[in-house]
Design a binder for this molecule. Structure first.
Ligand SMILES: [Zn+2]
Length: 512
């Protein structure tokens, strides 16, 4: 059975010991380049100095030997004494300290260079994309798989020249990138001092200036969902205009984790395995992008808990061991995929079992057998079909699989939904990564709709909201995150089937 998720750990060190605290003091930045060392030093000094010099306004400058520049930190106000020792910005691996006891942070202005500007590339030149996809294949030990195997999916395309090439080649525009930038600024403006973002954004700095708060209380899920679009745009806690937002968000997530015998549990307070999957995905991506070893511990612990929480029939639902549903399972699979590509330990058996769960919710008879999918049963729905088809790609379906082509055709015929961003996000992922003849028309319609329907006035400027049953739960924050990740589709993950020749899709799908 071909799979894009190999067993080996690609030479990365083994995972942490379960149930024991990290032996050495945690260090937020254990990074490789001088530039990263400088940014890590800034982060460390920021917190240490906040403890020592409460209420003072001062500035310092640091010089990078290779690339001299000034980093000016201005601590404007300190509301409460920080309790961290200065050893680390991260809690120990036990995690789980209550949010409400955390200090609200220190308003800080740091003059830093922004992320590397996007260098738009010739759309006809696919060389760099193909080379990068090949690198991903080598990293994931998949180089011997036949053409059309799902060897891509990495995070290499999120910045630099490769991002520009992917944007041009896969259908992004300067206008779509401007919409992404506006959306990220809206999210940044709605982050609380402790790093949290809530579905009910009215409880944060917004103070109700934006309409349509969500009802879901799990702030692990909302914070993680909001950090994903920053990571998708190439921003981490080390680089980018919003690096502080990402850092505070990751810190908030890390502090929510309870380490127990099964791994790192992100479900509390008021959470479930939705938040587990999304938070773990965010930490895996941040680790993959930064190489920050401190993040690896949290990402691996989150993965371990996901593996332990899998139902015996292969799916995941709200609580560990519960029979699965397609949407919660989709988030866990995305986390497992990102973990695999980052070199974390993911047992192949978890992927196989997840594929069995997908079998159990697939339509079993007629022309749509194995093409359409239900939520917990075989009764098909549009959104669950989109999630399941993307999950099929992640579990290793070959691009030439007839059921995949048939499913892509089904989604393309539905066209982008006017109000369901959950469907739109997953369907866009499926059509983009399949890269068939339906993609250009789908992309133009989806992209232009999102650009046109982004809020432009007041505090809501940069956000999205569509009335839908999901929106009552997730509110404007959820809609904005899904819209942003939909507009980042060109580069957020390397093409899953990158480098494969485009196949003809003229005839009816053959029997499996
Ligand atoms: Zn607002």
């Amino acid at each position: 059975m071909p799979s894009n998720l190999p067993q080996s750990a690609n030479g990365f060190p083994p995972t942490i010991d379960e149930g024991r605290p990290a032996s050495a003091p945690a260090r937020w930045n254990e990074v490789r380049s001088q530039e990263h060392l400088v940014s890590g030093t800034v982060s460390f000094l920021l917190h240490l100095l906040a403890v020592l010099l409460l209420g003072f306004v001062f500035s310092i400058s640091l010089e990078d030997e290779d690339a001299p520049r000034d980093l000016v930190m201005v601590i404007e106000e300190v509301e409460t004494e920080l309790t961290e020792s200065g050893d680390s910005l991260l809690p120990t691996i036990q995690g789980g300290s209550p949010v409400e006891e955390e200090p609200q942070g220190v308003p800080v202005t740091i003059a830093m260079p922004t992320a590397t500007p996007v260098a738009w590339q010739d759309a006809e030149n696919r060389t760099a994309i193909d080379q990068a996809t090949t690198r991903t294949a080598i990293l994931s030990d998949q180089i011997t798989l036949p053409t059309g195997a799902a060897t891509g999916g990495g995070v290499e395309g999120r910045s630099g020249g490769l991002k520009g090439q992917l944007l041009a080649n896969r259908g992004g525009t300067p206008e779509s990138e401007e919409a992404v930038a506006r959306g990220l600024r809206w999210l940044a403006a709605h982050q609380e001092q402790n790093g949290r973002l809530r579905f009910d954004h009215t409880q944060g700095p917004c103070r109700g200036h934006c309409r349509h708060p969500g009802s879901e209380a799990c702030s692990t899920a909302s914070t993680a969902l909001a950090i994903l679009p920053f990571l998708g745009a190439g921003q981490t806690h080390q680089v980018g205009e919003h690096r502080e937002v990402v850092e505070k968000g990751l810190l908030f997530l890390a502090k929510q984790m309870h380490l127990e015998s099964r791994g790192g549990d992100f479900r509390t307070p008021a959470g479930n395995l939705y938040g587990q999957g999304i938070a773990t995905l965010a930490l895996c991506e941040a680790y993959a992008m930064s190489g920050d070893e401190e993040l690896r511990k949290f990402a691996q612990a989150g993965i371990d808990f996901i593996v332990a929480a899998q139902h015996e029939a292969g799916g995941w639902r709200y609580e560990p061991g519960e029979p699965g549903d397609t949407t919660v399972t989709g988030w866990q699979l995305m986390a497992l995929k990102s973990a695999r590509l980052a070199g974390l330990q993911v047992p192949q058996s978890a992927i196989y079992r997840a594929a069995h769960f997908l079998d159990s919710v697939a339509v079993k008879e007629g022309n749509w057998r194995g093409v359409l999918y239900g939520y917990q049963t075989r009764n098909p729905r549009q959104a669950t079909t989109a999630i399941a088809l993307y999950s099929r790609m992640l579990t290793g379906w070959h691009r030439s699989r007839s059921k995949l082509a048939q499913g892509v055709g089904y989604l393309a015929d539905l066209e982008p939904s006017a109000d369901d961003m959950y469907f739109n996000y997953y369907a866009t992922m499926v059509l983009h990564h399949f890269d068939g003849p339906q993609w250009p028309a789908w992309n133009e319609k989806m992209r232009e709709r999102l650009i046109a329907e982004q809020a432009t006035e007041g505090h809501e400027a940069g956000s999205w909201y569509y009335p839908h049953e999901h929106s009552e739960v997730g509110g404007r924050l959820y809609n904005t995150c899904m819209a942003l990740m939909t507009l980042e589709v060109y580069y957020r993950y390397m093409p899953l089937y990158g480098g494969a020749p485009t196949m003809a899709l003229g005839g009816p799908p053959s029997a499996p």
